[in-house]
Design a protein around this ligand. Structure first.
Ligand code: PMP
Length: 374
């Protein structure tokens, strides 16, 4: 109950609620397996290592990556993008080079590239979107140049719901030998993902939006790229041998997993993946699309409401503003009814500028939402 009303949780794009099995898995891990991984010969350490590595394989299969060594556990999407910027980016981007993002990026897919560009004297190029909130492929193609070193685009926008044409985005970049990173923070909970079919070079997501725990996520990277990249952080686990004169680094994925990782979180993420696999990502997408269509229709019937983000290909997000009502007030009134929505700029200020609004109200859906108030 929230404010004496049954909770209607419509803030799933910020983070999702956790199934009981995920909560149980965390408790169970700490009760029966808690130990450090890859270190001890003792049984408990081997159990923890097995669970941790099984979770990696679950992520690999979930994304359909070719090999489990292409999966790096990170804190979440933000850390995954920073990892690529600070390793691949630092190694491959130089003065006068260009990185392409889009107008609908989350701050976490803007700021790491700005920091890199500032350091290297490189330039950030931004693919514009239309009034419906759709990625403009023609404009994108025009921006691709011999100086482009990386393309980094959101798969599904957290503020609009737009699902981008990622296969075409990758194809156009690859035709010019440019690698592509996809920010899958939202898409991963709503769309079946196949990194080999998409063809992307990097794919990042956060566990907590996929019904898993906070503080854990994954970076998929093509093995040849990861092999060639320098490490991100230095410390235990990421080394093969250390002397004061010289350190030899470990192979992937360990090269990028310095220090004790979020072992329990990774195990919990694996269980969350089992959970959505049991439901079926196609079923989740179909159900949410039906809810989205219903919500869109009902909101469109209210004259004072303006929907922000009306792409033909979108999912799970209803973002809107109301005439003569500040989004914050709308959110506060809904909260008094036990309805949780997000209000604000959704960590996408340049996108809000594009639509000429400071903020929106955002209702974001998950498979456990219903048409009726339950
Ligand atoms: N990208 C997108 C599209 C997001 O929606 C989010 C989370 N709102 C992020 C990146 C950042 O994810 P995290 O805070 O879990 O690192």
């Amino acid at each position: 109950m929230i404010n004496d009303r049954p909770l209607v949780y419509l803030d799933n794009a910020a983070t999702s609620q956790k199934p009981q099995v995920v909560i149980d898995a965390l408790v169970n891990y700490y009760m029966t397996e808690n130990s450090n991984v890859h270190r001890g010969v003792h049984t408990l350490s081997q159990r923890a290592t097995d669970s941790y590595e099984e979770a990696r394989v679950k992520v690999q299969r979930f994304l359909n990556a070719a090999d489990d060594k292409e999966i790096i556990f990170v804190r979440g999407t933000t850390e995954g993008i920073n990892l690529v910027a600070q390793t691949y980016g630092r190694q491959n981007v130089g003065e006068g080079d260009e990185i392409i993002i889009s107008a609908m990026e989350h701050h976490s897919n803007i700021v790491p590239w700005q920091m890199l560009c500032q350091e290297k004297g490189a330039h950030l190029k931004v693919v514009p979107i239309n009034d419906e909130g759709e990625f403009l492929l023609d404009e994108y193609e025009n921006l691709l140049s011999p100086r482009t070193k990386l393309v980094s685009i959101v798969h599904q926008s957290n503020a609009l719901g737009t699902i981008n044409p990622v296969e075409q985005i990758v194809e156009l970049a690859h035709a010019r030998g440019i690698p592509v990173l996809l920010d899958g923070a939202q898409a991963v909970a709503h769309v079946p993902i196949d990194v080999q079919r998409i063809g992307c070079d990097f794919y990042v997501f956060s566990g907590h939006k996929l019904y898993g725990p906070t503080g854990v996520g994954a970076l998929y990277g093509r093995a040849d790229l990861l092999d060639a990249m320098p490490p991100y952080q230095g410390g235990g686990e990421m080394i093969r041998s250390v002397t004061f004169e010289k350190t030899l680094y470990n192979v992937i994925p360990n090269k990028f997993e310095a220090g004790t990782q979020n072992i329990a979180g990774s195990v919990g993420l694996g269980v969350a993946i089992d959970y959505v696999n049991n439901l079926g990502m196609d079923n989740i997408a179909a159900y949410e699309n039906e809810l989205l269509a219903y919500g869109t229709k009902r909101l469109s019937e209210i004259e004072a409401v303006r929907l922000i983000g009306t792409a033909r290909h979108k999912g799970s997000i209803l973002s809107f503003v109301m005439e003569n009502a500040h989004p914050h007030d709308v959110g506060t009134i809904l909260d008094a009814e036990g309805i949780a929505v997000r209000t604000g700029h959704h960590c996408a200020q340049p996108l809000m500028d594009r639509f000429g609004v400071p903020a929106t109200v955002r209702a974001s859906l998950a498979f456990y939402n219903t048409r009726e108030r339950n």
